[in-house]
Design a protein around this ligand. Structure first.
Ligand SMILES: *Cc1c(COP(=O)(O)O)cnc(C)c1O
Length: 336
């Protein structure tokens, strides 16, 4: 297939590719996965996912490495987290090896959509699992679909990394407190749209959420984890039951330790924002977004208008591993 993609113009948006891969859960067990070129699903109007929200997802990436291999970054971690989300929403677990093999199969089938090395792009991998049984009573669905789709995405930073402004929503009557409860669920995202709108209206591109109980501790940004670098060069990230366990954060923490940077995972009081040297938001889509400013009521915390040296070092190290230009000492890359 000649896909004629202009790799330099790719953004982060939907585009059809050759195939997606699907598992169906019927009579208490998962089917073998099937590749299909269709983007359609047939769903009963009374399907559980529409009414009661049994719907979870994952996000990962495949990259073309400098030696031409196509490698998937930590799909085993996506499998584990998918199963963890599934458990909390009373959905069935998938065999982790079968999941990883299906990810490899769909990436291989769409290999011509993996952006070449040097473009900064990636093949974004988006698994989604949802309950399909028709029902009116609130019960777990009997049947499920697990579909793994892929889409090429461009380099997030065209023309250099630029820090963003963040806002902590304080109008809590209107801004639903965030709290994913460790579940990567569609519903959490729907609930974050309104506070994100409020942040955008204030000229801030991301919302930063505090703990829902006391509003004293930092949880995370709307779609990414919080990393602070203290003036002593310590990597600090919140330990909280409301934070979604980010694979990027887990990887960056490891990379930091490998570089001799001290890592602390602990409750982070919002008052500590005044003492941070660098702040970043981390997730699969962007790796690290430096945060230049955080608006909190009538206070503004400022961290500069370029990415700080420690976050830059961590970014380079992780991106280097993903593109095969730095040694993959922890075996994070799975060749497609
Ligand atoms: C997916 C997600 C993240 C980032 O996780 P990664 O595995 O690093 O992509 C952070 N916060 C929330 C709420 C998420 O859903």
């Amino acid at each position: 297939m000649d896909n004629k993609i202009n790799w330099d113009e790719l953004g982060f948006g939907f585009m059809p590719v050759k195939s997606n891969i699907r598992f169906s859960y019927r009579d208490g067990k998962w089917s073998d996965p099937v590749l299909t070129s269709s983007y359609d699903i047939t769903l009963n109007v009374a399907a559980n996912c529409l009414h009661y929200g049994q719907a979870i997802f994952e996000g990962g990436k495949a990259f073309t490495c400098s030696d031409g291999r196509v490698c998937i970054f930590r799909p085993d971690e996506n499998a584990k987290r998918l199963n963890s989300s599934a458990r909390y929403l009373q959905m069935p677990a998938i065999d982790e090896k079968a999941f990883v093999e299906a990810v490899r199969a769909v990436v291989r089938d769409n290999i011509e959509f993996v952006p070449p090395y040097g473009t900064g792009g990636a093949l974004y991998i988006r698994p989604v699992m949802f309950g399909t049984s028709p029902q009116i009573g609130v019960n777990a669905s009997k049947n499920y679909e697990l579909i793994i789709m892929v889409v090429p995405v461009g380099a997030y930073y065209k023309g250099g990394i630029k820090p963003v402004r963040a806002m902590i929503p304080t109008d809590l009557d209107r801004a639903a407190p965030h709290g994913t409860g460790h579940i990567k669920a569609a519903g959490n995202y729907a609930a974050s749209l309104y506070p994100s709108r409020l942040a955008h209206d204030m000229g801030c591109s991301v919302a930063l959420f505090l703990d829902p109980r006391e509003h004293k501790y930092i949880d995370e940004f709307g779609t990414s984890n919080f990393i602070g670098i203290t003036r002593d060069g310590v990597y600090v990230t919140p330990k909280s039951p409301s934070v979604l366990p980010s694979i990027t954060n887990k990887s960056l923490s490891q990379v930091a330790e490998d570089l001799g940077i001290k890592v602390e995972r602990r409750p982070v009081a919002v008052t500590e924002l005044a003492d941070m040297a660098e702040v970043g938001a981390c997730g699969t889509a962007v790796v690290i977004t430096p945060v230049g400013e955080i608006v909190y009521g009538d206070k503004v915390f400022k961290y500069g208008d370029t990415i700080g040296p420690v976050l830059q070092k961590l970014y380079d190290a992780l991106v280097g591993i993903q593109h095969g230009t730095r040694p993959d000492i922890h075996h994070w890359l799975f060749e497609a």
